[in-house]
Ligand binder design. Structure first.
Ligand code: SF4
Length: 340
């Protein structure tokens, strides 16, 4: 049941964003963690800042260094180790980012880099080295990005990415959505976001209004990595989106030490589906410098998904995929089934 008024919900997410935890000392104290972790956390944070919202941190088990949510936000010194085979631009996005705010990799769809900030700095982020400063747009430049879409009649879908696109306020977002809706060949709007997981109060009445009024078909891809991330507030946010007619999909990154067991994946899929979200993609880690310690061997991942497929209905088994720079679609990897 929704108990908060729309006005209080609207201010709450901006407040939560302004109170994000960025000091490793505070995070370790809040979670009763061993002070010996501090040096590594400070080193990791110097390369990619600690940035963890309090509503999410509240779901972390105090004193548990192996908590799967903690591992996604706590910086560690391994992030500074240079690993061969890992890149600053693992998806080869730079050459596809010739127009500010736009990444055009695929024929019929493109990405808008809507925001340069996020509700969280995920330690495995594939854009942790992305040149956001070159993609910070004013209204006139957004008009140019919209014109880019208008001039390419093959584009039927625009994907809001970032950073996290929902870090932008509803007024600006609504203006961009209206601009896209005025382009006849654009049919779908897809939003990739971790906000409903990190700060579920981000799903405001104003946002639901622009979903309701746009002629574009809205799709939201939640980036949920573990069932422990889904609490009552997240479920409420999901329900509000569903009621507004938004198609909800989930994309998970397979992360060593976070969600790399069949029990983890099964619980995540069942929890998502029970709440109206289709577990759609399971991504192998994009090989970005600083995140190698999360990576899993491809064959181990295929065997894991095989075990999941042996336990669950097909619609609970996300597609295992890898994104390869320069390839015009994600590469699907077949599950390796366990012996009968
Ligand atoms: S929310 Fe997405 S873009 Fe932001 S830090 Fe996490 S993975 Fe990176």
């Amino acid at each position: 049941m929704i108990t908060r008024s729309a006005a209080s919900v609207q201010t709450h997410w901006q407040e939560a964003l302004s109170q994000v935890i960025s000091d490793p000392v505070e995070l370790l104290n809040l979670l009763d963690l061993d002070p010996a972790l501090l040096e590594g956390a400070q080193q990791g944070s110097s390369a990619f800042k600690l940035w963890a919202p309090r509503p999410y941190v509240a779901r972390i088990q105090r004193g548990d260094i192996n908590d799967p949510l903690l591992k996604q936000v706590l910086p560690v010194s391994a992030e500074l180790e240079h690993q061969p085979g890992y890149s600053m631009d693992p998806l080869g996005e730079k050459p596809k980012n010739q127009q500010a705010g736009v990444i055009h990799k695929y024929r019929d769809r493109l990405l808008f880099i809507i925001s340069n900030t996020c509700a969280v700095n995920c330690r495995f982020c594939f854009r942790r080295h992305f040149p956001y400063d070159e993609n910070r747009l004013n209204r006139e430049q957004w008009q140019e990005a919209l014109d880019y879409v208008r001039n390419d009649t093959e584009i039927s879908e625009v994907i809001f990415s970032g950073g996290d696109p929902l870090a932008l306020n509803d007024q600006r977002l609504g203006w961009i959505v209206d601009g896209l809706a005025s382009i006849p060949h654009v049919q779908r709007l897809r939003i990739h976001t971790r906000f409903p997981i990190m700060i579920p109060q981000r799903i405001t009445e104003e946002m639901l209004d622009w979903f309701a009024r746009t002629r574009l078909q809205p799709i939201m891809v939640l980036h949920c990595n573990h069932a422990n991330e889904i609490n009552e507030d997240v479920i409420e946010a999901i329900q509000r989106l569903k009621q507004a007619g938004v198609t909800l999909l989930n994309q998970t990154v397979l992360l060593k030490g976070v969600n790399d067991t069949v029990d983890d994946l099964e619980k995540l899929s069942r929890t998502l589906f029970q709440n109206g979200v289709l577990p759609y993609y399971l991504h192998l880690l994009d090989k970005v410098q600083g995140a190698a310690h999360f990576d899993m061997e491809q064959e181990a991942a295929q065997r894991l998904v095989g075990k999941l497929a042996a336990r669950c209905s097909g619609y609970l088994v996300p597609k295992l995929v890898r994104e390869v720079a320069g390839v015009p679609a994600k590469t699907t990897l077949a599950p390796i089934m366990p012996d009968a």
